[in-house]
Design a binder for this molecule. Structure first.
Ligand SMILES: Cc1cc2nc3c(=O)[nH]c(=O)nc-3n(C[C@H](O)[C@H](O)[C@H](O)COP(=O)(O)OP(=O)(O)OC[C@H]3O[C@@H](n4cnc5c(N)ncnc54)[C@H](O)[C@@H]3O)c2cc1C
Length: 357
């Protein structure tokens, strides 16, 4: 009997102990929209490709296929590339990096730090890249469950290295701009499924939005990367550290093999499909909506959408805008904004903020 009473007390305590949090409601009405964007997440069936290949006198180190996690993981890739180069014991300190997205730039940055001469070749540059579309939410790579064990371990290494690196960027002397720890709220849906991220850490909270809606959920504190500030800073640091930047479009392998550098690091993401005949890509289009920045919206909000595994709600504050995202479009590769999808993203978020979700 005593045991039962004790259990009941514990149950009641946990119900009533959830912290009450009071949040400003983001205004996601049409009048607040300042833009939309679209990009392809470069997923691969077996995850990130990190491996070496030799052609004639060239050593090619592939570093691409970051899916929806490039901002999160790229410093993990940079670390691994550096280790490969160190193990090669090559006397050459001159490297070509192909691609100037987050993967190419973070690899360039780390190699420059170690005294390499870096020449970056790319046909497009920031801010016109998929890397500039990324919202900057901390996103461990999602991949199919049948992925080989060694690739899972590789991703885990990437994640740990990248996390450590970004944690160094918080505080009085941050290594990069735009990195912070953010309060992130995720909510249960009507079907009581919880958002994926909430399985790991955090505490239960009752969130009271100032539009009168109350939602039960969880709060975690997580890393966030303001993509605009971060990409600008990374790009300018790579330039000021002395990287040579060259606008080039590689049409075929011969173009690559004519480069003077013998060590080539391939960070061309989807460009690797044609150039290296990579059939592993599963490109996943995503669209996002930008709203005017709003005072008091300094948190991340996340909720899944019942009965729709390809949609979720995520609202994320950047320095100069609020980003609304949350859609996976399989098989869509055209970089065009689809008004129906934009409408769906906004509707899902409005439902979330009116308790209709
Ligand atoms: C809607 C959306 C939201 C996202 N949100 C997040 C998020 O919240 N968090 C997160 O971590 N990630 C996020 N991502 C994923 C992230 O944007 C990507 O993983 C990342 O940008 C991949 O970077 P990359 O450097 O490999 O590729 P890219 O940025 O695509 O860069 C590729 C480079 O290669 C060059 N290139 C390609 N082909 C050639 C060629 N033939 N010749 C010369 N140069 C070539 C290009 O010009 C470019 O410079 C999101 C993506 C999308 C679409």
């Amino acid at each position: 009997m005593l045991y039962r009473i004790g259990f009941l007390c514990l149950f009641c305590c946990s119900l009533f102990s959830a912290e009450h949090v009071y949040l400003k409601t983001p205004n996601i009405s049409q009048q607040e929209i300042i833009g939309t964007n679209v990009g392809i997440r470069p997923y691969r069936k077996t995850g990130i490709r990190l491996e070496t290949e030799s052609f004639l006198d060239k050593l090619i180190i592939h570093n691409y296929g970051y899916g929806g996690s490039g901002l999160t993981l790229s410093f993990g890739g940079a670390k691994e590339v550096l280790e490969i180069l160190t193990n090669q014991k090559s006397s050459s300190k001159s490297v070509a990096i192909l691609g100037a997205g987050v993967a190419g730039l973070s690899t360039a940055y780390d190699l420059l730090e170690k005294g390499y001469d870096v020449h970056i070749y790319a046909n497009e540059w920031s801010p016109n890249l998929i890397s500039n579309v990324a919202a900057g939410i901390w996103s461990p790579l999602a991949f199919p469950s049948d992925i080989p064990e060694k690739n899972k371990q590789l991703h885990q290494r990437f994640l740990e290295a990248a996390e450590q690196r970004f944690l160094n960027s918080i505080g009085a002397e941050p290594e990069f701009a735009g990195v912070s720890i953010i309060s992130s709220y995720s909510f249960k849906t009507n079907s009581t499924q919880e958002a994926l991220k909430t399985k790991h850490r955090g505490e239960e909270v009752v969130v009271h939005f100032d539009n009168g809606i109350t939602k039960n959920g969880r709060r975690i504190y997580e890393l966030a990367i303001d993509g605009k500030l971060f990409m600008e800073d990374l790009y300018s640091k790579v330039k000021s550290k002395g990287a040579v930047l060259e606008q080039t479009h590689f049409k075929n392998l011969d173009d690559l093999l004519s480069l003077e550098e013998t060590i080539i690091i391939n960070c061309m993401s989807l460009g690797s499909r044609e150039l290296f005949n990579d059939q592993e890509f599963i490109p996943l289009r995503g669209q996002i909506v930008y709203f005017k920045p709003q005072e008091g919206i300094d948190y991340l909000l996340y909720q899944n959408v019942p009965n729709d595994t390809n949609s979720w709600v995520s609202i994320y504050p950047w320095s100069d805008r609020i980003i609304l995202g949350g859609v996976y479009e399989y098989g869509e590769e055209e970089l065009i904004i689809d008004p129906k999808i934009i409408e769906k993203i906004i509707q899902n978020a409005q439902n979330c903020l009116s308790n209709a979700l």
